[in-house]
Design a binder for this molecule. Structure first.
Ligand code: FNR
Length: 183
């Protein structure tokens, strides 16, 4: 049986490197993991006024997370933090109070950037946000993928061999972590 991993992409840009990385991860994943690449397009703004009768898109996102065996975030960095669409989706999934859809779910985080720092600040912010509402977070290996701008061909396929190796290593560690946490 493969563990079902909701792979949350932190950018809704069509040509998003984060999306391309998530797709590459899904292809490289070992048989033990099935990565469900999930974009955040269409998730309405969180608003406490809507909590009594939540929009269908909130309920669908929450249900997807609840049914998963773990969550893998693949996110860029916006202004030294996570993009607003990602924070919004986390806020949506964290509610109702005390009933976060991330509760008990083991989490992996992969930051990336076309720049030199690999999204490290976004990863650090996620590591601050999640502990109260999620299961354990894989701490090692850390994954800050820098220089991702030249890693893909015109069709969005990963061509940079060094990055492929890094993703493979991360997946191996993440797979072992997921198996341990779901035992
Ligand atoms: C960025 N970018 C960026 N990059 C970085 O390494 N650190 C940062 O703090 C920021 N800040 C930032 C803010 C905003 C509003 C934008 C639009 C962009 C650049 C960013 O890494 C780049 O646009 C990525 O390509 C975005 O990720 P996706 O869409 O390719 O996944």
């Amino acid at each position: 049986m493969a563990y079902n991993i909701v792979t949350v992409v932190g950018s809704i840009r069509k040509q998003s490197f984060s999306l391309k990385i998530a797709n590459a991860l899904a292809k490289l994943a070992p048989a033990s993991l099935k990565l469900d690449v999930t974009t955040l397009e269409g998730i309405s703004f969180f608003n406490q006024d809507l909590e009594a009768a939540p929009p269908a898109d909130w309920l669908a996102f929450r249900e997807k997370l609840q049914k998963s065996n773990g969550v893998l975030f693949v996110t860029p960095e916006y202004n030294r933090s996570i993009p607003g669409v990602l924070k919004n989706a986390i806020d949506v999934a964290s509610r109702p109070y005390g009933k976060s859809s991330f509760i008990g779910k083991p989490v992996g985080i992969i930051g990336n950037s076309p720049g030199p720092l690999g999204g490290v600040s976004a990863v650090k912010h996620l590591q601050n946000i999640l502990p109260g509402i999620s299961g354990p977070i894989l701490g090692q290996p850390e994954a800050y993928l820098n220089g991702v701008g030249d890693a893909f061909d015109d069709k969005g396929e990963l061509t940079k061999e060094s990055l492929k190796g890094v993703l493979q290593q991360y997946l191996d560690a993440f797979s072992a972590f997921i198996e341990k946490q779901n035992r």
